[in-house]
Ligand binder design. Structure first.
Ligand code: MBD
Ligand code: FE
Length: 292
């Protein structure tokens, strides 16, 4: 049994905040980028909204949906908004398809979804820095090292790697309360050969909040709420396309049935005992495509 399966009520309440906080943070980011809702032209809205509405109507007709079911849907959709869980819902059940089509032609490293818990401007650290964490941060020490290169093999000096991940109980700073602001979030600047050496801890498997609307859907459908343990990355270098990715640990029971469908075989790490220090280490190189 992992720690997540023995959640206390207090921990459940903390997890519930995470979904709602993601809504507020997303709204702020959209306001800052001025992209909120006005950038998609009429023709595409007509096409996409039209197709989405038709797909739902087809389901109603094919499956002979009852008024009880229709009203249950209406009540649930209202609750998703009230609980602030639209970012959670969309990132868990839709973002993976967007990521797939947008990055279809990439030659470099695979990416995957960003999810709801990214925060810009995490503290900058040297190429071999230790992630901000609490003095008594629980978890196995984890050394993650590698190199950022272009698809032609050229190292990319000064590349920036942002890493964010959950703590040993599955909580993200700035979304669950009671954690230092930048806990387990940082930005590493690669050295003159594009190399980095990140000192952190291994994250725990993660259960999406179960007490809100998304959890209600999962329970009602008889699904599960688990994501495998994962590290989130954004990697950028001059004149190259940004990669948003996640990396996973072999043997995690949820690598094959991630609730967010965001695991790819290329994203599995191979951690080994660290011969020079306590804990584990692994290497992983990021290969970036040049800007289109
Ligand atoms: C996460 O930590 C996450 O990465 C995704 C995709 C959805 C919910 C929580
Ligand atoms: Fe995550």
């Amino acid at each position: 049994m992992t720690q997540n399966e023995s959640f206390t009520q207090e921990q459940e309440a903390k997890a519930a905040d995470s979904g709602a906080n993601a809504s507020a943070r997303f709204r702020e980011r959209m306001a800052a980028s001025a992209a909120g809702g006005s950038v998609v032209d009429h023709e595409r809205v007509n096409l996409l909204a039209g197709k989405a509405i038709k797909a739902l109507n087809d389901i109603v007709i094919e499956e002979k949906v009852s008024y009880e079911e229709y009203n249950a849907l209406k009540a649930w959709l209202i609750k998703v908004g009230e609980d602030g869980e639209w970012p959670l819902f969309l990132d868990v059940w839709l973002e993976h398809s967007v990521e797939e089509v947008v990055n279809e032609h990439r030659e470099g490293s695979k990416g995957t979804i960003e999810g709801p818990y990214y925060v810009e401007d995490a503290p900058e650290l040297p190429w071999n820095g230790t992630i901000p964490m609490r003095e008594d941060e629980p978890g196995t020490p984890f050394l993650f090292k590698g190199q950022v290169r272009s698809v032609d093999g050229r190292p990319l000096p000064g590349a920036k790697l942002e890493l964010w991940h959950a703590d040993d109980l599955g909580f993200y700073s700035q979304f669950a309360p009671g954690l230092p602001e930048w806990n387990l979030r940082g930005t590493w600047v690669a050295d003159e050969e594009g190399r980095y050496e990140i000192h952190t801890i291994r994250p725990a498997p993660y259960q999406i909040p179960t007490e809100g609307a998304c959890g209600q859907l999962i329970a009602a459908a008889g699904w599960h709420a688990w994501r495998p343990a994962h590290l989130h990355f954004k990697v950028r270098a001059q004149d190259h396309q940004l990669i948003t990715s996640q990396l996973y640990f072999p043997g995690d029971p949820h690598n094959d049935d991630d609730v967010a469908s965001a695991v790819k075989p290329e994203l599995l790490l191979d951690p080994q005992p660290n011969p020079d220090a306590e804990g584990e280490m692994t290497t992983y190189d990021f290969v970036l495509d040049p800007e289109a």
